[in-house]
Design a protein around this ligand. Structure first.
Ligand SMILES: *Cc1c(COP(=O)(O)O)cnc(C)c1O
Length: 296
């Protein structure tokens, strides 16, 4: 059911040949059809906590297109926990595919206006719902699953890789995944997070700031590949994803992995890597919600 360790797939094309670099894709998108990619990595030890703390419900937060919401709903169903999703903004009917998927997997959806959502004002958000009285039974998982248990799960991405590599690249929303990846590095290795958001300083993120000095030293962020901001695309990015698919038969999404892969190949093209460099790019999943053949 869970395909772990996830496969490591070699990518060869004109660029890797011309610049003599080795490029691999860590296929976390193949871990599970519904709990894919880094969302499973982030959930794994949180689910263990739910069990250990003997809670019966996972309550979490996300936007209306959040991969974290769909993954949490599917994981709840799979492991036998109830799930509540606090969704940012108003309800729109009919539900979009992500929210319908979550609801079909048993998640109770509660909508919160942006201010309450930002303040995570749970007592107020849940006040007029049937879910208020069980609040001690809830395991509260932050937005995007961003906590220390998520870091431990993401660290396993690095630990599973058996080849020696120089760089590892991953798309960043909260930056949790790349921070976990960086924890697992050997001394000579470098992690690079490609921001899919515009104007974010990941180094102000609490979870990242708390990392050991040596982890921070091996972690860099590249903010040049957001293509206009979160879930924004350009014809160039969409062409790239189509082209990558026709060449390698691997689907990327336009929110996260398309931008990350574009960045890796662009860096190769710009001669950033010495001959013989080995690069691992992490396919963090997310394709079901946002591939180029399925634009919203
Ligand atoms: C959520 C997500 C990310 C971002 O992960 P963070 O830990 O928030 O940085 C990257 N790729 C995909 C496919 C995602 O769904």
């Amino acid at each position: 059911m869970f395909r772990l360790p996830s496969p490591l797939h070699k990518i060869e094309n004109e660029l890797t040949e011309e610049f003599r670099v080795q490029l691999y894709l860590k296929r976390d998108d193949l871990i599970h059809p519904d709990i894919s990619g880094n969302k499973w990595r982030k959930l794994k030890y949180n689910i263990a906590q739910v069990q250990q703390q003997q809670k019966d419900t996972i309550l979490t937060f996300g936007g209306a297109y959040s991969n974290h919401i769909t993954a949490t709903a599917a994981a709840g169903r799979h492991f036998g926990y109830k799930t509540i999703g606090i969704i940012r903004g108003e309800e729109h009917t009919p539900l979009n595919e992500s929210l319908r998927f979550a609801q079909d997997h048993g998640m109770q959806l509660v909508y919160a206006d942006r201010t309450l959502y930002r303040e995570k004002a749970l007592e107020v958000i849940l006040r007029d719902t049937p879910y208020m009285h069980d609040i001690e039974q809830y395991y509260i998982l932050p937005e995007g699953g961003a906590n220390e248990y998520a870091l431990s799960g993401c660290r396993e991405i690095t630990e599973e890789i058996e080849i020696d590599f120089d760089y590892i690249y991953c798309a960043c929303g909260t930056g949790t995944t790349i921070a976990g990846i960086a924890q697992g590095l050997k001394k000579h290795q470098q992690a690079v997070g490609i921001s899919v958001l515009k104007g974010v300083d990941f180094l102000t993120n609490e979870l990242i700031r708390q990392q050991d000095k040596h982890v921070l030293h091996q972690l860099a962020f590249d903010t040049n590949y957001h293509f206009g901001g979160y879930a924004k695309t350009t014809p160039e990015l969409l062409d790239f994803i189509q082209h990558f698919y026709s060449q390698h038969h691997i689907m990327l999404d336009y929110v996260y992995t398309g931008k990350m892969m574009y960045a890796v190949l662009d860096n190769i093209q710009r001669g950033k890597f010495a001959k013989g460099t080995t690069i691992v790019a992490v396919h963090t999943g997310g394709v079901a919600n946002a591939n180029v053949f399925n634009l919203p």
